[in-house]
Design a protein around this ligand. Structure first.
Ligand SMILES: N[C@@H](CCC(=O)N[C@@H](CS)C(=O)NCC(=O)O)C(=O)O
Length: 235
C-alpha cells in the first residue's frame, strides 16, 4: 500500500473533491468520507436539470465527468474516479485501520465487495428507474415486485446481525442505508421489514449521517428537494 496515499493526494497535495447530489447514491460516499475524516471538498451537482450543472458555478457537469452521473471523486493528482462501489473501496483502502473496508486478501473483504455489488446491481438499479416518469407502468410493477423480493432477502440477512457483514458498520452499510431510503418515496409498506427499519434508524443516528444532513441542507433548499429519507420519519 506504500505510496497509495501520495498517489491520491497528488504531488501538489490538492484536496480531494467529491461530486455528489444530496439524495443520490453519492451520499454513501459522502457518509464514508465523513466517517474517515478524509479532508475533502464537495461539489453538489443538480442532476434534475438538463444539462446537469454544478450548483456552485453552473458549470456543465458532463464536461467534468463524461458519464454525467454522481458520484465522482477527483483525486489530488487530478484523476477522476467513478462508480460508487469502487470509490468506497478506494477510500477504505486509504484508511485500512478504519476497517470500513476490510484489507485486501481477507475473506471479509470479499463479503463487503459481495454486498457492494448486490446493493449496486439488485437494489440501486431496481429502484432508480422507478423515478423515471417515462417508464411504462407495467415495467414499474415488475420493478416493484423485484424490490419487494430484494428487501425480503435483506430483511432475513439482518435478522441475525446488526450490520450486513456482522457486528461492524462497513462501507456496504453506507451504500445500503442510502438505497433503502429511496423506497420511502414510493410509500412502500414497511410493516414486513422490521429488521430493515431498525437497521435504517440505527444508522441514521451515526454522527457521520447527522453531519451530512447538515451539510446537504443548503443544497436541498436550493434544489427544492425533500429531506433525506429515513425509516420512521415518513409522514
Ligand atoms: N454506475 C454508477 C451509477 C451512478 C448513478 O446511477 N448515479 C445517479 C444518481 S444515484 C445519477 O447521477 N443520475 C443522473 C443521471 O443519470 O442523469 C455508480 O455505481 O456509481
Amino acid at each position: 500500500m506504500s505510496g497509495f496515499n501520495e498517489l491520491v493526494s497528488g504531488i501538489e497535495g490538492a484536496p480531494v473533491t467529491l461530486y455528489a447530489s444530496p439524495l443520490a447514491c453519492s451520499a454513501a460516499v459522502h457518509i464514508i468520507m465523513l466517517e474517515l475524516g478524509t479532508p475533502h471538498a464537495v461539489e453538489f451537482v443538480d442532476i434534475y436539470t438538463q444539462p446537469h450543472v454544478l450548483l456552485s458555478s453552473g458549470a456543465v457537469y458532463k464536461d467534468l465527468n463524461p458519464k454525467d452521473a454522481v458520484p465522482a471523486l477527483r483525486l489530488g493528482s487530478g484523476e477522476l474516479h467513478t462508480e460508487v462501489g469502487v470509490i468506497l473501496q478506494l477510500l477504505g483502502d486509504l484508511s485500512p485501520e478504519s476497517c470500513l473496508v476490510p484489507r485486501p486478501g481477507t475473506l471479509a473483504r470479499y463479503r463487503v465487495m459481495e454486498w457492494l455489488s448486490y446493493v449496486g446491481s439488485e437494489l440501486h438499479k431496481t429502484i432508480g428507474p422507478l423515478f423515471n416518469p417515462a417508464m411504462p407502468e407495467a415495467a414499474k410493477v415488475l420493478h416493484r415486485q423485484k424490490l419487494r423480493r430484494t428487501m425480503s432477502y435483506m430483511e432475513q440477512c439482518l435478522a441475525a446481525t446488526p450490520y450486513l457483514t456482522g457486528d461492524a458498520f462497513t462501507a456496504a452499510d453506507a451504500y445500503l442505508f442510502v438505497m433503502l431510503g429511496w423506497p420511502l418515496y414510493f410509500k412502500v409498506d414497511l410493516r414486513p421489514y422490521p429488521n430493515l427499519t431498525r437497521y435504517h434508524q440505527h444508522i441514521s443516528e451515526r454522527p457521520s449521517f447527522l453531519r451530512m444532513k447538515k451539510l446537504i441542507a443548503p443544497a436541498l433548499d436550493r434544489m427544492k428537494l425533500p429531506a433525506f429519507p429515513v425509516f420512521g420519519d415518513e409522514t
